[in-house]
Write a protein that binds this ligand. Sequence first.
Ligand SMILES: Nc1ncnc2c1ncn2[C@@H]1O[C@H](COP(=O)(O)OP(=O)(O)O)[C@@H](O)[C@H]1O
Ligand SMILES: [Mg+2]
Length: 327
Amino acid sequence: MKAPSNPMLSIRGLQVQASGSKGTVHMLRGIDLDVARGRIVGVVGESGSGKSTLASAVIGLLPSNARRISGEIRFAGRDLMSLGEGEMRELRGDRIAMIFQDPMTVLNPVFTIGTQLIDVIRRKSPRTRADAARAQAETMLTRVGIPDPASRLRSYPHQLSGGMRQRVMIAMALATDAELILADEPTTALDATVEVQIVTLLKELQRELSGSVLFISHHLGLLAEFCDDVVVMYGGMVMETGPMDEVIADPSHPYTKALLACEIDDAPHGKPLPTIPGTLPSPREEPGGCLFAPRCPRATEACFQIKPEMTEARPGVAARCLRIGDD
Ligand SMILES: Nc1ncnc2c1ncn2[C@@H]1O[C@H](COP(=O)(O)OP(=O)(O)O)[C@@H](O)[C@H]1O
Ligand SMILES: [Mg+2]
């Protein structure tokens, strides 16, 4: 990834640990990441790589047993760590919008879609008149592909399908006109056809978006459809970053290669994707070498002993692998 001088989101050395009954859990082991303005950045990695922890840390909603050990999170130049809970709450849902796997984490079951969407619109522009806000809400629903928006505004969340609820959540995120949208696996619970529709929608909206998007998924092929940049995570670390097209065309890290191989053996729709042999490193351990070495087809003796640093593989692409440049 290019190192923009003034990124929307900039994370440095972020370490998060949780304390459990069996000791310390390493959730994030030192994350460096930039989201440039106006870019859509995909974060990919198997389940358990730390993707959701990363998103939670940005919005200041880490699980209660987790704590940030070190690092810096800057949003539009502002140090998020120095903000109090009240200031953080103001940022969430205003300058930072969130889209989750379960729309019901955002939608309130006791209010109509219209009430909730109009509320977002009027919070953003308090002087909008009620009828104008309603008209804007209808436009918003149309924009995210919801038919018959006038009657949909009168619906309650449970009256909509999962796919439609996701669209409403996207509409709410767009209505905030946030500078940063954090999307954590928003399509994972949907069936493959609806997932494609939602991603197609995001791709169309990409042109209109003024803000940046951090889109989390365990599915690299999905992210490749619409992301500008990619961040590959493994065991709470970043393994590779770069422009999506370049990384996909020629992955530098064996883990990225393995993720990509899962996509190439593409399973029929509805079937789980093939998986990488072996298991994720235990979050309780702190191995001396590369976290991926035990599963890596290219690992040498050194890989088990030396912790690799992020290394530039070629301009714009960096990977955490000792063997960069070996071939
Ligand atoms: N509240 C918690 N307490 C202890 N460990 C946790 C907690 N939440 C997540 N973890 C662990 O942190 C690691 C990262 O989890 P997570 O961020 O949810 O990964 P992902 O979203 O990529 O699936 C995993 O090892 C997971 O088991
Ligand atoms: Mg997750």
